[in-house]
Structure formats: C-alpha cells, structure tokens
Design a protein around this ligand. Structure first.
Ligand SMILES: C[S@@+](CC[C@H](N)C(=O)[O-])C[C@H]1O[C@@H](n2cnc3c(N)ncnc32)[C@H](O)[C@@H]1O
Length: 265
C-alpha cells in the first residue's frame, strides 16, 4: 500500500491525465456544444432529472470532471450550475466547453470534502455521475459533504457504475471475464499506469487509489447524513469505458444504477 494521502494523490493523478483526455475529446466536444440541441445525457438520465424538476433548480455537480454533463443539465433549464472538481486542468477544459456552449457554469477547484462553507445549503440538486464514489475513501465523510451543500428538501441524484461490476477485471469485448475484487473488499486499490480510459495510453503515472463501496454502504452513509432514499433502480447497462468484456458476456451482472436521496425539508 502506498503512503500517499489517497485524496491528494488522486487529485494529482486526475490532473495529470487531463491533457491526455483533452487530446481525444476537447475539440470534438467544443464542436458538438455549438449545436444548442446537443446533449450527452441518455433518455433515462433526462427522465430522472426532469422528474426531479431540474428546470429552475440550483445544481451542483460533485466531481464534474470537464463539466460536459453539467452543461447538458443546464440545457434542461437548470438555474445556477456549479461544478466541483479537484483537477484544475479539467476545470479549465470545462470553462472552455461552457463558453462554446453559451452556458453559464461556474467551476470550483479543490477536494470536494473541503468545499467552501459559502456553498453550504446552496443547492436544490447535487448530481454524482459515472466514476465518482469509488475515489472516495469514506462514504460517511463524502455524504456529509453532499448533505451540507444541499438546501433543506434538496436531493442528490446518483448515476453510477455498479460495485458488482467493479468485482471484475476490465477488458475488451471477447476478453475473459475474470474475478478481481471481493464485493466486500476493504483494502484500497492502487493503479500506477494512468487513467487514460480514452486513449488507453499507459504511462508512469501518479498513484490513483480507489475503494470498493457496496450499495448498502452508500445508502447507509446517506441515511447517516439525513438523506432518505426515494428512488433506486439497477441496470444491466455498461456506462463506463471499462468493462466491455462483462457487457459482451451478458451474464446479467448489474453494471449501473440510479438513486435519488433527499434531505429533510
Ligand atoms: C471519472 S470522473 C467522473 C465525472 C464525470 N461523470 C465523468 O465521467 O467525467 C472523476 C472525477 O472526480 C474528480 N475527483 C476525484 N476525487 C475528488 C475529490 N476528492 N474532490 C474533487 N474531485 C475529485 C476527478 O478529478 C475526476 O475529474
């Protein structure tokens, strides 16, 4: 196990990969966002967000990366939109994308757990999507922050990879499906060959540390921070750039889920 603080190390690892992701995505996204009807949100996301009454709501995206999803959320009529991410490089890409899209999105850089108290109770809706929870060492600490940012009566919407999928080694379609981690694994998982899941470039990278969090841990952390589950659904659909082998094997493994938790009014 490495002795680097996992949060600080992860932020360095993410910032290090930002220019590599940009090489593959930025120009394509800049061009796409010039079309006012362009969205990256799939119909299921739009349905859940609209059911939450996203139009007119103040929205925070927690760990927003380059903000491409938040720009699309604003296109559904959201009011104030603030993207929080620990990578200055991705935030800079996000500002460029927002300008191209004509979207008014603020970007705040830093460890989400240390989000400024000025954002306390500022948001009707917090969104967490695809590849966030596994970077957090502690679900109770993370959901304490999420709950702190929500207004009374506000909701957190989660669209995430399913931790059951994370039990398996990633691979291309046709690669064998191989068990890698227990669903109940407590030890951190450290990667040192980079986070370039667009170009699949391997490089001598800063260590990136991730954690297995069973669904029960997510729900319990929410409840412990005053958030009640009001909607939850699991899906067989693959939503990352990782487990093409598992998807192709059609084993009926849950690969993604959506959940809404709400803070008491
Ligand atoms: C896989 S992205 C997920 C976001 C988005 N759904 C996407 O697909 O790009 C993970 C993001 O979390 C950010 N991140 C990880 N740990 C963080 C922390 N402690 N505080 C703030 N941002 C963090 C990284 O910088 C990265 O941009």
């Amino acid at each position: 196990m490495n002795d680097i603080d996992p949060i600080a190390g992860n932020l360095e690892a993410w910032d290090e990969v930002a220019p590599r992701h940009a090489k593959h995505n930025q120009q394509r996204l800049l061009d796409s966002f010039k079309d006012p009807d362009f969205t990256l949100l799939v119909p299921r996301e739009i349905e859940w967000l609209q059911a939450l009454g996203v139009a007119g709501k103040d929205v925070a995206q927690i760990c927003c990366n380059n903000g491409r999803e938040l720009i699309c959320v604003q296109r559904l009529g959201a009011a104030r939109c603030v993207g929080f991410d620990g990578s200055a490089g991705f935030a800079e890409q996000g500002r460029e994308l927002a300008a191209a899209a004509g979207a008014d999105v603020e970007f705040v850089v830093g460890d989400i757990h240390k989000a400024d108290a000025a954002f306390n109770s500022a948001f009707d809706l917090a969104t967490i999507t695809i590849g966030v929870l596994s970077w957090m060492p502690s679900m109770p600490d993370f959901f304490a922050t999420v709950a702190r940012l929500l207004k009374p009566g506000g909701a957190v919407y989660i669209y995430e990879q399913h931790p059951v999928a994370e039990m398996f080694k990633v691979g291309e379609a046709g690669d064998p499906v191989e068990f890698e981690l227990s669903y109940f694994e407590k030890a951190p998982y450290v990667e040192t060959d980079g986070l370039d899941y667009y170009g699949f470039e391997r490089y001598d990278a800063k260590p990136a540390t991730s954690f297995m969090h069973p669904i029960s841990e997510v729900i319990t952390a929410g409840i412990g921070n005053g958030l009640q589950v009001e909607r939850f659904e699991e899906f067989p659909d693959h939503i990352s750039n990782s487990w093409y082998n598992l998807e192709a094997a059609e084993l009926g493994v849950p690969m993604s889920y959506m959940m809404v938790m709400r803070k008491a009014a």
